[in-house]
Design a protein around this ligand. Structure first.
Ligand code: SF4
Length: 323
């Protein structure tokens, strides 16, 4: 079996807030394989965006390792990271904030080639024209500024910039959540098509399990800085084991595919606790409908559901682990 494209081990990232230090990412292990889409789902404030930004080294990790293509990149300097950035790109939630308003789309899309010294000026111009077409925009859009485009068109430009250098991994951080529902499906379909053409892997971050379910091969569920369940989509769809995952499934409003079993509704109590002062033991215990005494004192590890598939379906819940 090939080593994963991305191998994150025991990653910790603190954030300074007015109330004190928050462990926004708290001991996360996950892998992304070449060409796959790993969906990362969880409520707003659970640390998933911080995790994505730390993986691409927009934030420096406080503990743990990030191994990309066999190299530990967690401690590389900005200069040492330059060749890695060519292989690892990010698409942000708000395309307007991530595009320089004073530059034309042509200038924005030329930048990755000039920064990484790829091609002659003529070749760069040809590549930019090809990129604009690839993301479904008219050639005239290249000479406009970001404010002259719609939200969906701007996100197409962000995606074009991210794929310009044909990266092996694209981290997509809520790339459709700021868009109208009618546009969301177009952008998701674009991401799918581009992936099938390029073979890039995606780490796709969203609070919306139905969006994740459409794109992902595997799904990781995050709660208060920790991964609580990870499994191939088909397995998670058929048999979500963690009560938090079950509650997320219950909250999907639109009809599920016919192959997905209908389940009793699982509701969570209360709101997401403050990450400044996370609950002891299992962090979900304040909201869990199945809470037991041991859950309040002891944090369940993320373990394989069965020995036969210990790397396939893992869950952090005492209901599924021996005493
Ligand atoms: Fe609920 Fe306990 Fe499982 Fe946590 S460990 S999810 S509190 S049953």
């Amino acid at each position: 079996m090939h080593p994963p494209l991305l191998d994150v081990k025991n990653l910790v990232k603190y954030h300074a807030t007015q109330g004190g230090m928050v462990r926004a990412v708290d001991g996360v292990d996950l892998q992304v394989r070449a060409g796959e889409t790993l969906g990362l789902v969880g409520e707003s404030g659970c640390g998933k965006s911080t995790l994505g930004r730390t993986i691409v080294r927009l934030h420096d990790p406080d503990e743990g390792s990030i191994t990309f293509k066999g190299e530990d990149i967690s401690q590389l300097s900005r200069r040492e990271l330059r060749p890695v950035r060519r292989q690892m790109q990010m698409v942000f939630q708000d395309p307007y904030a991530s595009l320089n308003p004073r530059r034309t789309i042509r200038q924005i899309l030329t930048e990755p080639f000039t920064v990484h010294d790829v091609g002659t000026r003529r070749e760069q111009a040809e590549r930019v024209e090809a990129l604009v077409a690839r993301v479904g925009l008219h050639p005239d859009h290249a000479d406009r500024h970001p404010h002259e485009l719609s939200g969906g068109q701007r996100q197409r430009i962000s995606i074009a910039r991210a794929i310009a250098l044909e990266p092996s991994l694209v981290v997509c951080d809520e790339p459709v959540s700021a868009l109208d529902v009618s546009i969301q499906a177009q952008i998701i379909n674009l991401l799918r098509r581009l992936q099938s053409e390029s073979g890039s892997a995606y780490l796709f971050i969203s609070h919306d399990l139905s969006v994740i379910g459409y794109l992902a091969d595997r799904i990781a569920v995050m709660y208060l800085g920790e991964i609580v369940e990870i499994a191939p989509k088909r397995l998670l769809w058929q048999q979500p084991l963690h009560p938090y995952t079950q509650a997320l499934f219950s909250s999907i409003a639109e009809p599920l595919p016919p192959s997905v079993p209908r389940r009793a509704r699982v509701s969570m109590k209360g709101d997401l606790p403050s990450p400044l002062n996370p609950p002891s033991g299992c962090r979900f215990h304040t909201r869990c409908p199945h809470v037991m005494p041991r859950c309040r004192d002891s944090a369940p590890p993320l373990l394989g559901v069965s020995q036969a598939d210990s790397d396939v379906h893992r869950v952090a819940c005492w209901l599924h682990q021996a005493a």
